[in-house]
Design a protein around this ligand. Structure first.
Ligand SMILES: Nc1ncnc2c1ncn2[C@@H]1O[C@H](COP(=O)(O)OP(=O)(O)OP(=O)(O)O)[C@@H](O)[C@H]1O
Ligand SMILES: [Mg+2]
Length: 619
């Protein structure tokens, strides 16, 4: 645990504390802060930070700026008079606060209780949200109508939270609860589909008789639409009239007079205009009512033009609704979910880190990953009858080369739902790994950069898994925007979706564009070019680029790195034809000898050669 001013950085649980409040940072900003805090009082160059954070990927330094902005916001730091992060223009950053090592969190009993997220009714790590919902429920009990939107990425836990909140309100207020599920595709076919579903549930619930009576007297057309009572024979002329939303509002308010009424609408991104209009009317009416609309929607599937966005923004503006935007679970919460699922307190070492890294705190992915590890026997119970503790039986799988089928099946429909042009953009982006510049996407698709930038901007505004990550000035003086996949799993699925030949073509175009953009300064991007040439299967250009990168490393006295690059060049030169291979191998061997000689000369303790394979794009 590292302490600076009122902050404590809990490196084992990957979270930040300010006094008693836990601040959850996404994995990358956390890693940036951790690196700074672990290296206080000295200049950390852009290169050093990028190497530490993206050891296997070439990333433009500008990307760091976005993370620094976010961190400064969290720390309340002023770049003009920094208390924590000082920018040293064109060079890097320095963490200027005094840092004290306060030992492992386990050494302080207080930290243990803080580090354990509370579990409410089976929901882990959503304490703040449930407290907020409880406060809203108290206001509801006093007749203040409530409209609450629970939003977030697919699988983030919207339904789980809403269900827990409903149980909370049933226990607190004996509330009547009914739920209408919006269904993709149905909205165009059936007006008020989700509303009708909720009304049917109401009629089947304990307050069903009263609901039917009230509907019959105030909103007969709505009752008629639900299907007549079997014993009802007379056809009331009023029931033949069109369903007026105002009638239903009044009927629901009447029903909510005695006991609070909670109407849940799930997945409003699929709702049609009529359902949204009814929600709008219920939220804006002024008469006191113990009526709550609790609605979920997936922010990922909602475009900026979706009428739901406009409705919510208008209600927020007029303080007529509350929004609970669900963030990913913190690592501690992921650990707790795993402990609960496996029914054991002590987890196999490294399991929480593996699952947290690949799920990035999305509970749906946490559970899918765990099921995958169990079904593929990475995790097994010990004991002769298989009833003992869960233990790790094999090294956890490399998620870079294949996303488990279950996860792919979760992610794929979301991608398939996007228009084909957007799918192509994201697939092109996936060739660049986590951070991707618009110019590279434009190069792959052979399209205009400005148009691609505009399209990427739209995607970043709409999709949960793509973010704007800053901009950079290219060697030709133009500006190019950067974007990042917030979730590595989406990138993997997008990458694997493409045929090998399409990927190869894309990699080739990126490598060539890099060469054009950095003409005369190829040294700076040779490593990146080599990666793309290799992924494109162009072994000759890949070995040439690796040798250029090695020469560049050699000039920087980074002899071990040079040797490592040459060794990799040697390995891939095996793919060349016999005649070419012999010549190139000889040349690389002599360059390798030079690099090794330089390593000895510099009396550097030779670094164990790092495994470089992981760096190269799997094809
Ligand atoms: N806070 C949590 N603690 C433990 N388990 C959770 C939590 N949140 C969600 N889960 C589990 O994760 C899975 C996905 O959650 P849920 O269905 O609530 O997500 P969602 O946001 O509603 O997804 P969708 O966007 O598909 O509607 C479920 O199995 C749920 O029980
Ligand atoms: Mg849901």
């Amino acid at each position: 645990m590292k302490q600076f001013e009122s902050f404590r950085l809990d490196t084992s649980n990957e979270c930040l504390w300010q006094n008693k409040a836990q601040i959850n940072l996404p994995p990358k900003p956390f890693a940036v802060l951790r690196y700074l805090v672990e290296n206080p009082g000295r200049l950390i160059t852009h290169d050093e930070l990028l190497d530490a954070l993206w050891p296997e990927t070439y990333v433009q330094p500008q990307v760091l700026r976005t993370y620094m902005l976010d961190l400064r916001k969290v720390l309340g730091d002023d770049p003009a008079r920094p208390r924590f992060i000082q920018t040293l223009p064109k060079r890097g950053y320095c963490f200027v606060a005094l840092v004290a090592d306060t030992g492992a969190p386990e050494s302080g009993a207080a930290y243990i209780s803080e580090a354990q997220p509370a579990v409410f009714d089976g929901v882990v790590g959503r304490e703040q949200e449930l407290i907020r919902l409880k406060t809203l429920a108290q206001a509801l009990a006093c007749g203040q109508r409530q409209t609450v939107f629970v939003t977030g990425a697919t699988g983030i836990g919207k339904t789980a939270l809403v269900e827990a909140a409903c149980r909370q309100m049933i226990a607190m207020l004996s509330a009547n609860v009914a739920c209408g599920q919006c269904v993709e595709g149905l909205s165009k076919k059936e007006d008020y589909y989700a509303v009708t579903e909720a009304l049917r549930q109401l009629r089947a619930s304990a307050c069903g008789e009263m609901a039917t009576r009230i509907l019959a007297s105030i909103a007969p057309a709505w009752l008629a639409a639900l299907g007549r009572e079997p014993e009802s024979t007379t056809v009331d002329a009023r029931s033949m009239q069109p369903k007026a939303p105002g009638d239903l509002c009044r009927a629901l308010e009447e029903l909510a007079k005695e006991k609070a009424l909670v109407l849940v609408f799930e997945d409003l991104q699929w709702a049609n205009d009529s359902t949204l209009e009814l929600i709008s009317a219920l939220a804006r009416r002024r008469t006191p009512a113990k009526l709550m609309v609790l609605a979920t929607y997936s922010s990922h599937c909602t475009s900026a033009e979706h009428p739901l966005k406009a409705l919510k923004q208008d209600l927020v503006l007029h303080r007529q609704c509350a929004e609970l935007a669900l963030a990913p679970l913190a690592k501690t919460a992921v650990r707790q979910v795993l402990s609960r699922e496996l029914e054991q307190e002590m987890l196999p070492p490294g399991l929480d880190t593996f699952v947290y890294r690949h799920s990035e705190g999305n509970p749906l992915f946490v559970l899918a990953l765990l099921r995958h590890l169990i079904s593929e026997h990475f995790l097994m119970r010990d004991g002769a009858d298989g009833s003992g503790r869960w233990e790790q039986r094999a090294p956890f799988p490399d998620m870079e080369t294949g996303v488990p089928q279950e996860l792919e099946q979760l992610i794929d429909p979301e991608i398939e739902r996007l228009p084909p042009t957007e799918q192509r953009i994201l697939e092109a982006a996936s060739l660049m790994r986590v951070v991707f510049p618009a110019w590279a996407v434009a190069a792959v698709l052979e399209q205009d950069r400005t148009e691609i930038e505009e399209a990427c901007d739209k995607l970043a505004r709409r999709l949960c898994f793509v973010h704007r990550a800053g901009h950079d000035e290219l060697p030709d003086g133009t500006r190019s925007d950067f974007y990042a996949f917030a979730h590595g799993l989406y990138r993997e699925v997008l990458y694997q979706k493409q045929t090998a030949s399409r990927r190869a073509k894309g990699h080739m175009r990126i490598a060539e564009r890099l060469g054009e953009l950095f003409a005369g300064r190829e040294d700076n991007v040779a490593r990146e070019m080599a990666m793309h040439y290799e992924a494109a299967g162009n072994w000759k250009r890949a070995t040439t680029a690796l040798r250029t990168a090695a020469r560049h490393a050699h000039q920087r006295q980074a002899h071990a790195e040079a040797a490592q690059l040459l060794q990799h060049g040697l390995a891939i030169s095996e793919n060349l034809n016999e005649a070419e291979r012999r010549v190139i191998e000889q040349e690389i061997q002599s360059e390798l000898e030079m690099a090794r000689g330089a390593m000895e000369g510099a009396k550097q303790p030779p670094k164990p050669p790092e495994e470089i394979d992981g760096f190269w794009m799997g094809t």
